[in-house]
Design a binder for this molecule. Structure first.
Ligand SMILES: Cc1cc2nc3c(=O)[nH]c(=O)nc-3n(C[C@H](O)[C@H](O)[C@H](O)COP(=O)(O)OP(=O)(O)OC[C@H]3O[C@@H](n4cnc5c(N)ncnc54)[C@H](O)[C@@H]3O)c2cc1C
Length: 270
């Protein structure tokens, strides 16, 4: 039975800069990482291989250099890694992204029974949290979001029980397989590849599927198939900040100065 982890290559956000002219991310020279939530999606797939013998596959849609992301998944022990890459997939919004990912999952499920699709809760660049639910709706799968624990998996009855992490409470829910699950960080602790595992992964074939494999209508993928446009991206302007007094040598005087300052700006009521 297949367990598919969707992983996205994202820019290391501490280094991201925005082109003020085009409102797009400046991607040249930026180091990329695996979206942090997706490392947990990957780990859970691998752990289900260890515990239940499921077959873990990593799937990513992105430019050719996203192969590096999938190679990391190979080093960790996935049975297959597939990069969905084609010029016509570029510039996709969440609708078009989930269309391509769902189509690849459907293709894999023609060959082998599908058990679980894992996605991260959200990415750290797009931040929409829409792609996992988008995949589920397209494939008609149950969706269990914000999962922080797999409570029980019954492969005979084909049912899964999970714990969802919600604001101030947990919720236990059950669903039939196949299912789409989005995961949060508390689910597990991702493993690290050893040096020999990394070296071995250098020789592994990462498969690339372009649109000749998926056969999607080019009007429905990439920029053409994306009704959402990011019209503006900007960093909110911040004041320079002001250092008040000498908090180490004169904490009382500094506190008084701060109170005066806040009172003068009408930010404090006494
Ligand atoms: C700064 C920024 C803002 C954006 N804003 C929007 C917006 O408002 N609306 C919009 O429609 N698009 C937006 N996009 C485009 C968006 O990046 C793409 O649609 C992207 O492919 C998926 O959206 P996301 O990153 O928000 O994913 P999310 O929905 O947050 O991702 C959830 C999970 O889905 C899986 N996943 C997502 N993308 C991939 C992938 N390419 N390959 C494999 N798995 C994947 C991962 O498991 C991930 O953890 C934005 C992009 C950027 C960089």
């Amino acid at each position: 039975m297949l367990v598919i982890s969707c992983i996205k290559q994202v820019p290391d956000t501490t280094q991201v800069q925005i082109d003020p002219e085009t409102n797009t991310l400046i991607r040249e020279g930026i180091p990329f990482i695996v979206n942090p939530y997706d490392t947990h999606a990957l780990e859970e797939g691998l752990s289900l291989k260890d515990r239940f013998g499921l077959r873990p596959v990593a799937l990513s849609m992105g430019p050719p250099n996203a192969e590096a992301t999938l190679r990391k998944a190979c080093a960790l022990g996935v049975d297959d890694a597939i990069l969905l890459s084609d010029r016509c997939f570029g510039g996709a919004d969440t609708l078009a992204t989930s269309r391509v990912l769902a189509s690849a999952i459907e293709k894999l499920a023609e060959q082998e029974e599908l058990g679980i699709v894992f996605c991260g809760k959200q990415t750290i660049d797009g931040d929409t949290a829409q792609v996992g639910p988008g995949i589920a709706s397209r494939l008609g799968l149950q969706q269990l979001t914000l999962v922080d624990r797999i409570v029980h998996l019954d492969l005979e009855k084909k049912r899964i029980r999970v714990r969802r992490k919600l604001e101030g409470r947990h919720e236990i829910v059950e669903a039939p397989l196949p299912v789409m699950i989005t995961v949060v960080r508390e689910l597990n602790r991702p493993r690290y590849p050893t040096v020999p595992m990394r070296l071995e992964a250098e020789d592994v074939m990462v498969k690339t599927w372009d649109n000749s494999v998926l056969g999607l209508d080019v009007e429905t993928v990439g920029l053409k198939g994306s009704p959402t446009w990011v019209s503006k991206i900007f960093s909110p302007e911040r004041d320079q900040g002001e250092i008040i007094g000498d908090g180490i040598n004169d904490p009382e005087g500094t506190a008084n100065l701060l109170i005066e300052k806040l009172l003068s700006k009408d930010l404090l009521a006494i």
